[in-house]
Design a protein around this ligand. Sequence first.
Ligand SMILES: Cc1cc2nc3c(=O)[nH]c(=O)nc-3n(C[C@H](O)[C@H](O)[C@H](O)COP(=O)(O)O)c2cc1C
Length: 339
Amino acid sequence: MRTRITELFGIEHPIIQGGMHYVGFAEMAAAVSNAGGLGIITALTQPTPEALAVEIARCREMTDKPFGVNLTFLPAVTQPDYPGYIKAILDGGIRAVETAGNNPQKWLPVLQEAGVKVIHKCTSVRHSLKAEAIGCDAVSVDGFECGGHPGEDDVPNFILLPRAAEELKIPFVASGGMADGRSLVAALSLGAEGMNMGTRFMATIEAPVHANVKAALLAASELDTRLVMRPLRNTERVLTNAGVERLIEKEKALGSAITFNDIAPEVAGVYPRILRDGEMDLGAWSCGMVAGLIHDVPTVKELIDRIISEAETIIRGRLHRLLDGSFESETTRREPALA
Ligand SMILES: Cc1cc2nc3c(=O)[nH]c(=O)nc-3n(C[C@H](O)[C@H](O)[C@H](O)COP(=O)(O)O)c2cc1C
């Protein structure tokens, strides 16, 4: 399957692993890249630019395929050393950067002059058009279903993706709610040239997260995520747990008077204790509604191979047969849904 996305990043399959705080380590990125997708290391999980340089070098030892780095520009108590992280990216020979959060315009010249292709993650058509206008090479269009920060417009992918296709000239991938071959075919149908997955990649053998996290994803349904931090206009979709319910109670009680300090116990610095140490009731960690479609923990290669073969089966099988007018039994209609 070739699209402008596979060409842009020099990858075999149009599947990207989005940056994930405390998940996007070298092991995760290398596994995705080795399986033919684009793996991405999350820069800000590394405490310093020097640590990012080491992580890039570790990943380079695990794969000879292209991989990228995510740079997230979100409100932070202390601003990270962005020039330092960018230097580590360039010195590390990285050719793909996923930016997210605030407008990346300031950093585009230095990245692109070094031959880096930049894909910016956007949760709206207007931000996608802005990304195109400032010269980004591609966009990752993140619908309301997504794990992490869906923005404040609440437009799901069945509307957002075709709207993006109506307006954008640069290629884009569908992000949010993507899990399997059905997702990929749907994304392509709606105008995307590939897909970006976060949550689904956490439930793989290689994902460097605690077994409790993978078990929580298997147990969760599509009803188990919550939106937090909306009153602060920094909405995050997270998996519910005791800490998250406590946070939501504070949001209800304090209303518009709430400040970051009120919810700091449930959000500040909790990622390592949840994702690495498995303290599942501590607080908020990003998780998409797609948890409802996660029923197993395969290797990354099994997952990606299955997605591609499911997509091919749907296109050559079910969709083709619809045009032929052939009768579809209940079983073939459901193919190739996961067991
Ligand atoms: C645990 C977790 C951490 C994430 N951390 C980041 C991050 O640091 N920067 C970022 O740009 N996106 C982050 N994301 C968002 C993903 O890159 C991706 O856009 C999103 O997960 C797509 O939706 P999905 O989970 O439905 O696949 C995170 C997602 C998850 C699940």
